[in-house]
Design a protein around this ligand. Sequence first.
Ligand code: NDP
Length: 628
Amino acid sequence: MTSTTLDKDSIKQKYAQERAKRLRPDGNAQYLALDDKFPEMAADPHMPVKAREPVTDHVTFAFVGAGFSGLVVGARLKEAGISDYRLIEKGGNVGGTWYWNRYPGARCDTAAMIYLPLLEDTGYMPSEKYVRGPEIRAHCERIANQYGLYDRALFHTEVNTIEWHEAEQVWRIRTNRGDDFTAKYVGMGTGPLHVAKLPGIPGIETFRGKSFHTSRWDYDYTGGDADGAPMDKLADKRVAIIGTGATSVQCIPPLAKSAKQLFVFQRTPSSVDVRNNHPIDPTWFKSIARPGWQNRWMDNFVENTGGGIPSEDLIDDGWTEISRRIREKALKGTPLWLAKLGMRVHKALKRSPRQPDLRRLRSAFEEADLEKMEQLRPRVDAVVADAGTAQKLKAWYSQLCKRPCFSDEYLPSFNAPNTTLVDTNGKGVERIDETGLVANGAHYEVDCIIYASGFEFGANFQMKSGFDLKGRGGKMLSEYWGNGMRTLHGMQVHGFPNFFSVQMNQAANYALNIPHNIVDHAKTIAQIVKRAEAAGFSEVEPTREAEVAWVDLILTTGPSLIASPDCTPGFWNNEGQGWDKKFRQTQGHPGGPKAFFDHMNRWRAAGDFKGLHFAKRGRAQERSGRRQ
Ligand code: NDP
């Protein structure tokens, strides 16, 4: 079907109706943080907490979070000669989100060739195009072992406070395990989605059966394991799962195979495209794995998906297909050489390519999207036998309103006789009581409720990280960011010397391969720390002027094509509550992820650390780079 044969107006009208049904005035306040409200449900089901003595020493670099960020920054700092690097981690081992998320079927939707960091450095070949959770976790352990990152690591440890001590020019870090130590530098990579949340459904605390969040999967209760052994203990259980996002799309197929009865409570259906996974052929891998291959692949993905005009598509997956469709519509027969020339002209004029092209891009996006969604909806009819169920599983919004999902197993699960879709018409579960759930006025008695309800996203820094940072002059980071985030490059903050935050806001936001941003930040951090250590500096932080200029640049970012406020609500678009200035300040580089990475490449290559202020002990000020 082409866009010319579509009844665009009636489709858009349907989108608006579905959005209106789902919109709630309480926005992000509808959720409950797992740790606060149900600490027993938040406990680590994967590893017992080991007794240990508190540490009271000093390290050069302490990093909060042992996921990809802490691991890659650690690897690069070890290479830069920092031998005393300490990871501090809430979980019992490295892996971050992949430590916690061991639900059955867990797998990454981004191709492993670009998603798994340091493949070249570790010489590891992924087994499949999209690898499973246990393989990702094992890769994290491989990195930690190779770079000696276990040496000083503190696991099952949560930071309580981090305070800058001006006299000694160190950070003092205290934890819930009684640790009280200092570090010259502090890094933080706690991940965008690490505080599990529950739906604030009335009566949630009254349920007498078993319940858990997908990031705390209880295999003691279900049987089976994260490697895919069947969940035999569910054979006599009636199970409810709340939520139909990316997690559910993966764990519903194994649940449908194991449970006596499965009720899937849906508020908004996910869009589900084909998966097409396949094993990686070692001969092929050898042929492409030449020095520099992983950077080349990462760059190629961002060229394809983050604002470039690529000559080839090495990754060729669902994400690059979405971008290709939009680009083809936007260019409409313009030869590639001419499009590339156009990009160069925009660059030379120092104009963001988004500004002049925005209207054209927007209409190309809309056309490509309508066509795509008109393919995905009939896919549901083709796979799901019951016409009524199929109708309810169709997503009526634009594909990038919510996180697109890819699975060849999810939709067929609804053909299993033990699996029932309970669609709540955008309203969600009404009530939970001692024995089950109420939706659409009907009561469903169950033995177990699984919450696939996602993670806090719109919460403030302190809530998401679990601690606050006290910088120069006793200023708290949550206070400094009270009216919106302020950084240089999404990473360093004025008044918080020797601090590095590894995350996407004000950086490569919406980079569809999140590790690319981590790998890039790690390079920058290692270069800055190396310079400070080599020259004997005791402090480094961005100047106020550089920070203001960076935030001003971020604020020029136009409304994203991804997750617009007009979309059906969800965590990607601030629950449909609109974009205030504070929310706009969480956006990325106005030119998109590719422009951010290009900027950082130039910044690092210049070697003058423009915008940073290095100082020696005793505050003898020494400036590096031009003061802005
Ligand atoms: P999501 O936030 O995407 O989904 C939560 C689900 O819970 C939604 O379907 C939501 O409905 C539903 N929900 C919330 N409250 C209620 C309620 N009161 N009644 C009924 N349903 C309710 O969380 P996920 O864990 O699925 O995914 C989070 C993110 O993690 C993904 O977006 C992705 O970035 C990442 N991820 C990546 C994976 C991959 O690579 N394959 C796999 C899994 C996760 P509604 O949509 O209406 O809000």
